[in-house]
Write a protein that binds this ligand. Structure first.
Ligand SMILES: [Zn+2]
Length: 278
């Protein structure tokens, strides 16, 4: 089984210390960072209070210390860089969300990717949509760029309705759910791109549920992708008795590193190398 960690929202507002502190002592594999190239200061919780709702645009290269840290992390194999939108926040909603049908979305994907690849000096293989919200044109743009998807689009999120693979996948997942199968313990091969559903590790996630999903992914020799945010590791769980976010992640990491049948890889490696559901 493959195990990977997807960490969203690294941007101009991220300090190297915040990443270092979050992942202090978490060793055994790479962290795949979903990075925002030109963060717009909107309403997301990671935007510092004094910037909230300013809607100003902050290119990540203006944070030189962070860029050095990311380059160094990539060179050491500590980080993988993924693309997390272009601006992330927009005054009229998340930028790749369902109701948006902007022909410029394709440009945002290609420009954002090239900018980050040139800046950090690492290839980008995976796109992670802000707030996991996708429109059909957005998924088309991602596909055309040759990127894979961090998340699962589904039929409503843009899977090609004319492709037999779409309905084969849909049916298989439906059967899985009807049998009570937890989560989606596989990489999905959609023919022209692959997708890897994330398992949220957040204040509202349940450790026990994630552990159960982890075990199922292991039993089907599939994949378990953590989806988390470095900026809320110290946040307590909303469920009484459950550990704080960072502690939940540490518990899952322990499970992964102690099991010799678990391969901890980057999201990009997992999505391209893991045997898919079909
Ligand atoms: Zn985000």
């Amino acid at each position: 089984m493959y195990f990977c960690i997807r960490d969203d929202d690294t941007s101009f507002f991220t300090t190297p210390e915040a990443l270092e502190n979050a992942y202090d002592g978490i060793r055994g594999g790479p962290i795949s960072l979903a990075v925002i190239p030109f963060c717009r200061a909107g309403t997301s919780a990671f935007v510092p209070e004094q910037f909230q709702k300013r809607w100003s645009v902050h290119p990540i290269h203006e944070n030189a210390a962070l860029v050095r840290h990311l380059r160094d992390g990539v060179t050491r194999g500590r980080y993988e860089i993924m693309l997390h939108g272009f601006h992330h926040d927009e005054p009229d909603g998340y930028e790749f969300e369902k109701r948006r049908d902007d022909p410029k979305l394709g440009e945002r994907v290609t420009r954002g990717r090239k900018y980050l690849e040139d800046l950090i000096g690492a290839p980008i293989r995976v796109f992670v949509p802000p707030s996991n919200a996708l429109s059909r044109p957005a998924l088309d743009a991602i596909r055309r760029s040759g990127l894979h998807l961090g998340g699962a689009a589904g039929v409503r999120g843009g899977w090609n309705r004319l492709s037999p693979i779409t309905w084969k996948t849909w049916l298989r997942l439906r059967q899985w759910r009807m049998k009570g199968g937890p989560g989606v313990p596989w990489v999905l091969d959609m023919g022209d791109h692959r997708e890897i559903p994330g398992n949220p590790v957040t204040p509202s996630s349940r450790l026990q549920q994630n552990e159960a999903r982890f075990d199922v992914a292991r039993s089907v020799d599939g994949a378990f992708c953590v989806a988390t945010h470095y900026w809320e590791f110290s946040a307590p769980s909303i469920h009484p008795g459950d550990p704080a976010v960072g502690q939940q992640l540490r518990r899952l990491v322990e499970r992964a590193v102690q099991d010799k049948n678990v391969m901890w890889r980057s999201v990009g490696e997992t999505i391209s190398q893991c045997r898919p559901m079909f």
